[in-house]
Design a protein around this ligand. Structure first.
Ligand code: APR
Length: 250
């Protein structure tokens, strides 16, 4: 059963030149980065109401930065896993137009994908809450927390906290890709955070084939997705890549 669905997915990807991947934290779990809502996920250790809202950050930047510093070290030490590498390979083969990611870990870029839309921003840059000046993460020593701008304002990673708007450019680009793609691979997301979770819905409405890759079903599975490939993103995407590569040799 699942082998047939993997074959069907590989065929659809092989035949289309407008394939888009939409990814969440689950694609980076095999790189050692915990996701948010699975058992043992980040929101089990850190209450998002205290660590992930812009109000919480403004109220106590030092406390939130303690979590950010721990996460930053984990992200800096993580590497792309077979799932990221398979998507990069598909782009190289001309079978993947873009990756729209909710992740801030930069692993799609490190794997080699060149068109990556960072819907929730990136941990690689910091910005001053007072004057807006931006810094590369590497430029800022995290000895004293919170790190401060030259203007003495508090620096925050350019990631989207709850209560903050999605970067306008990323939203426009993501919706454009969703509305024009023929196939969307929805990989490793629980699809419960809006407006990100509207992206596969927009693709579906525009007539795209929606294929989920996840360990478990999500709210998309029975209403939006055409089928779900259940299992680890690394193993499944490698199988899909093998299927596409096999057709390319015919
Ligand atoms: N392979 C495939 N899927 C996996 C794997 C894996 N190895 N490991 C976990 N998953 C799945 C889980 O089953 C779950 O459905 O990945 C999903 C991860 O869901 P979340 O932890 O909710 O992460 P995500 O969907 O990216 O969260 C969206 O919420 O907190 C905010 O800003 C944060 O961008 C994040 C957003």
């Amino acid at each position: 059963m699942q082998e047939d669905l993997i074959e069907k997915t590989a065929l659809a990807v092989f035949r289309s030149n407008r394939v888009v991947a939409f990814t969440g934290a689950g694609i980076s779990v095999e790189s050692g980065i915990p996701d948010f809502r699975s058992a043992g996920g980040l929101w089990e250790r850190f209450d998002p109401a205290e660590y992930a809202t812009i109000e919480a950050f403004r109220a106590n930047p030092k406390k939130v930065w303690a979590m950010l510093k721990e996460m930053g070290t984990l992200l800096e030490n993580s590497r792309p896993n077979p799932a990221h590498l398979a998507l990069a390979r598909l782009e190289k083969m001309g079978h993947l137009r873009a990756v729209i990611t909710q992740n801030i870990d930069n692993l799609h870029q490190e794997a080699g994908n060149t068109r990556v839309i960072e819907y929730h921003g990136s941990h690689k840059k910091l910005a001053c809450l007072s004057c807006g000046r931006e810094y590369a993460r590497e430029e800022v020593a995290l000895t004293a927390l919170p790190p401060l701008c030259r203007c003495s304002g508090v620096l925050k990673p350019t990631v989207v906290f709850f209560g903050e708007p999605i970067p306008w450019g990323a939203h426009l680009e993501a919706m454009e890709e969703a509305r024009t793609c023929q196939v969307m691979l929805v990989i490793g997301t629980s699809a419960v955070v809006s407006p990100a979770c509207d992206i596969p819905v927009a693709a579906k409405r525009a007539g795209a084939l929606i294929v989920e890759i996840n360990l478990e079903e999500t709210p998309l599975t029975r209403q939006v997705s055409d089928w779900i490939l259940k299992g680890s993103a690394g193993r499944i995407l490698q199988s899909v890549l093998d299927g596409v590569a096999g057709r390319s040799r015919l």
